[in-house]
Ligand binder design. Sequence first.
Ligand SMILES: Nc1ncnc2c1ncn2[C@@H]1O[C@H](COP(=O)(O)OP(=O)(O)OP(=O)(O)O)[C@@H](O)[C@H]1O
Ligand SMILES: [Mg+2]
Length: 171
Amino acid sequence: MRSDTDIALDLDLTLPGPKQTDALGVALAGVLRPGDTLLLSGQIGAGKSHLARAIIQSLQQRRDLPREDVPSPTYTLVQVYDLGDVEVWHADLYRLNGAEDVFELGLDSAFETEICLVEWPDRLGQDAPAAALTVSLDLSPETVGRRVSIRATDPRWIALERQLTQLGNPS
Ligand SMILES: Nc1ncnc2c1ncn2[C@@H]1O[C@H](COP(=O)(O)OP(=O)(O)OP(=O)(O)O)[C@@H](O)[C@H]1O
Ligand SMILES: [Mg+2]
């Protein structure tokens, strides 16, 4: 539902179980290009790493690359996957200390040229790319599975609405 003229994409979906999170990951992997950033929001255990894993493994599969394990980058902060034509930077910024760490990690330049999947993106503050797609996972006691809201202001993401609606459960 569009609520504002500045919003290019604003979609809410229900993901009843991990398989539906995987399906969302496959759909997102189908549209990701170099220079794209996904901001993966949501509380501890919401499924951010699960979704990132599904995206990365689907990107590998699409290139006939071996499917790698995708551990949570909780302690390394960043885990980089080389896909040949582009890298995927999977970051978990929960333990980030300050804004300067974003530069130390090299994330600022990765945002320009690679595919970046960022957990705990609130830690980026003003350094979050304006054109990023925000994917917020919500784990609430009254919800079976997860609710996910997918939002962007950049027109780059408009076409995603049709593709994601085909996943089912739009609301
Ligand atoms: N749609 C879903 N319904 C129910 N469980 C799900 C769904 N999607 C993912 N999960 C499960 O949620 C659990 C927690 O996922 P995950 O580790 O990805 O959380 P996280 O958001 O990355 O947490 P953290 O903030 O600690 O990094 C996993 O066991 C995963 O299988
Ligand atoms: Mg995680």
